[in-house]
Design a protein around this ligand. Structure first.
Ligand code: ZN
Ligand code: ZN
Length: 432
């Protein structure tokens, strides 16, 4: 398959994979100049703006080889495709202020029984208003599944499936679904109060398609992305930073705070934004298993080798972790590099991965507004900071569903040695 990945009778293969521009067309023929709707490309998938965009942010994630369900990919590529879909969902949610449902109707079953709208495997990203129930996308009779194994087994058995995953939840799958044509698009159209416009062939909505591309292409190339610039800054000064932060500052209360979280939390601890791993190491010494996650590859590579520390490269806005898989979250100082909408997304992610009864600690620099500084030792690189008041942080936490156990402030040197006032919160996800 990999040797000849493109099927010439497949519209999506011809359009995207073979690089032929899309027709700005409808069922009755071309209605606009040709254009490419490719938004993003990885080694495994293409992300394109979906035709029939009833709302901005509508995307399709498709494998760059002709398969009829994402479940046909090997496990690594399957996981990659869904990881990209989830990451894009985060970006869409931020940019368009919506929620996003992932839906795939895999068509590896017998021809003729397939109800997919296109034969080439694709994951839909449906943006929908925050006030609506994402559960409307779930096919009646679906069962909850963890991970993606069920997609793979259905595909291997030559079965069709309908899979739906909502933010912060495991997926639901229906194998051998008997659903009306474009079922998910019909549900989507009615959620958006345009129930008669579900058919993408008749209503391609090209203006929304192009505006979606314009916005997301800009985001994905990271133009103006301050978080991306900050990460480059940390990369440039990684060894210096790791050295500076390898021991706790004198009279630091951080050690006590780590011990406190360790006492309160059961199960493994997520050190979210682990940096050089100083805090992870203390958790490990306290006998805890730690997932030491950072978005900067140089930090992950420099993490201390320890049986209890599991290094992980990842973004706190799209955690590569199962729901309810950790008992505690330690997020020290990291959120100060995120603007408020990113902090909201990160808190949703922390809430998702925490098991019921789990606890979380977060600290940020106290204040309002923002600041930009040169990375030390790398003056061509900038670090961006956002300041938060305790009320803002607790409001975000409560919106996500956290219980606020305690809020306090304290002075402590930051990684550059400057004494700073910090806001700290201790949160809990209610036990079921
Ligand atoms: Zn194809
Ligand atoms: Zn489809």
């Amino acid at each position: 398959m990999a040797e000849n990945p493109v099927a010439l009778d497949c519209e999506l293969c011809v359009e995207v994979l073979a690089g032929v521009a899309v027709t700005g067309g409808s069922a009755t023929g071309p209605t606009s100049p040709f254009f490419s709707r490719l938004v993003h490309r990885t080694s495994v998938v293409d992300v394109i703006a979906g035709l029939g965009a009833l709302a901005p942010g509508y995307l399709l994630v498709l494998p760059r080889q002709h398969v009829e369900s994402v479940g046909e990919l090997d496990l690594q590529d399957l996981a990659h495709a869904y990881r990209v879909a989830r990451e894009l969902a985060v970006i869409v949610r931020r940019r368009f202020g919506c929620r996003v449902a992932l839906v795939e109707h895999g068509s590896s079953g017998l021809a003729g029984s397939s109800k997919a709208c296109i034969a080439h495997a694709h994951i839909h990203l449906f943006p929908y208003p925050p006030g609506r129930e994402g559960a409307e996308f779930v096919a009646p009779g679906s069962e909850a599944v963890e991970g993606l194994d069920a997609l793979r087994s259905a595909a291997v058995r030559g079965q069709n499936y309908y899979y739906c995953s909502l933010a912060g939840q495991e997926g639901r799958i229906l194998v051998n679904p008997e659903l009306p044509s474009q079922f998910a698009r019909q549900r989507w159209a009615s959620m958006l109060d345009v129930a008669d416009k579900w058919d993408w062939l008749i209503y391609p909505q090209l203006e929304t398609v192009t505006s979606t591309m314009d916005v997301l292409r800009r985001d994905l190339t990271h133009e103006g992305s301050q978080l991306h610039e900050t990460l480059l800054g940390y990369s440039a000064m990684a060894s210096d930073y790791v050295r500076r932060t390898s021991v706790f500052p004198k009279n630091s209360v951080l050690k006590d705070e780590i011990a406190r979280l360790s006492d309160l939390a059961e199960g493994s601890i997520l050190d979210a934004g682990a940096g050089g791993g100083r805090d992870s190491l203390l958790f490990a010494k306290l006998g805890r298993d730690v997932i030491a996650l950072d978005a900067c590859p140089d930090f992950v590579a420099a993490l201390p080798k320890n049986d209890r520390i599991r290094p992980m490269l990842g973004d706190i806005r799209a955690l590569p972790l199962e729901a309810e898989s950790v008992g505690g979250v330690w997020c020290s100082a990291v959120l100060l590099h995120l603007d408020q909408s990113d902090v909201e997304v990160a808190f949703e992610e922390f809430f998702r991965v925490l098991r019921p009864g789990g606890v979380m600690y977060a600290s940020v620099k106290e204040g309002s507004g923002r600041d930009t500084r040169e990375a030390y030792g790398a003056s061509e690189r900038l670090l961006h900071f956002f300041f938060y008041r305790a009320e803002t942080l607790t409001e975000i936490a409560m919106d996500v569903g956290f219980e606020v156990l305690e809020t306090w402030t304290g002075d402590e040197p930051d990684s550059s040695g400057e004494v700073t006032s910090w806001v700290k919160v201790l949160l809990r996800k209610a036990a079921e």
